[in-house]
Ligand binder design. Structure first.
Ligand code: CA
Length: 221
């Protein structure tokens, strides 16, 4: 799941970034409201973790602008301990949830999964394609009931394909699943990961649609 973290405090941002990655999220971290607004206009995120006091455009301004523009991405705001008014304003302004700093990472991760699940209907429940089962909450994959070890990048690609079963995804769309790992994506990265996924999960799970992209057969959801 790809998350946008908007936080201008370097220390807190560093901790949240590392913690969320450890919990299995792909995280883009931006430090001001204007950069976040641009990213949200151009990229798809499963959820946003939003600090309120931000340079250039504060969190409430960003949130109101998003909702006014019809962007319904789930937003969880981070508020200071005593700022009851922040919570009320945030929820009134279109936030879906809030957490008080200092943040408990396990709780943050659970709330983000819950937000994404509500937004996507079934985003948190187990996905199936043929003999393959993927459990987003536990980040576990099984083939015919037996656990399969995937790298983080393989998992990210498989999850995106399974969420879009029955739809052809371009290489660029699959590359976007890899961006949150904080490294450049090499030109043949998607091919390599798909190759490994086929070796681990069976050659006929993921189809190559020549010149277009990749397709995982099955029911779209
Ligand atoms: Ca701040």
């Amino acid at each position: 799941m790809r998350i946008l973290l908007v936080e201008d405090d370097e220390l807190l941002g560093d901790g949240l970034m590392a913690g969320l990655r450890h919990c299995g999220f792909q995280v883009d971290w931006l430090r001001d409201g204007v950069a976040a607004r641009t990213a949200l206009a151009n990229e798809e995120y499963a959820a946003v973790v939003l600090d309120l006091g931000l340079p250039r455009l504060d969190g409430m301004g960003l949130l109101r602008g998003l909702r006014a523009a019809g962007n319904a991405v789930p937003v969880l705001i981070l508020t200071a301990r005593d700022a009851l008014g922040d919570k009320v304003d945030g929820l009134d302004g279109g936030a879906d949830d809030y957490l008080v700093k200092p943040v408990d990472l396990d709780e943050l991760a659970a709330r983000l999964r819950a937000l994404a699940r509500r937004a996507g209907g079934q985003l948190g429940s187990v996905l199936r394609a043929g003999a393959v089962e993927l459990d987003p909450a536990g980040r576990r994959v099984r083939l015919a009931g037996r656990p399969v070890e995937l790298t983080g990048r393989e998992y990210a690609i498989l999850e995106l394909l399974m969420r879009n079963a029955g739809r052809i995804l371009s290489r660029g769309q699959l590359e976007s699943a890899l961006y949150g790992w904080g490294e450049g994506v090499e030109s043949n990265a998607v091919e390599v990961h798909v190759h490994h996924l086929r070796r681990k999960l069976g050659g006929d799970l993921i189809r190559t649609v020549r010149g277009v992209g990749y397709l995982l057969e099955g029911e779209g959801r």
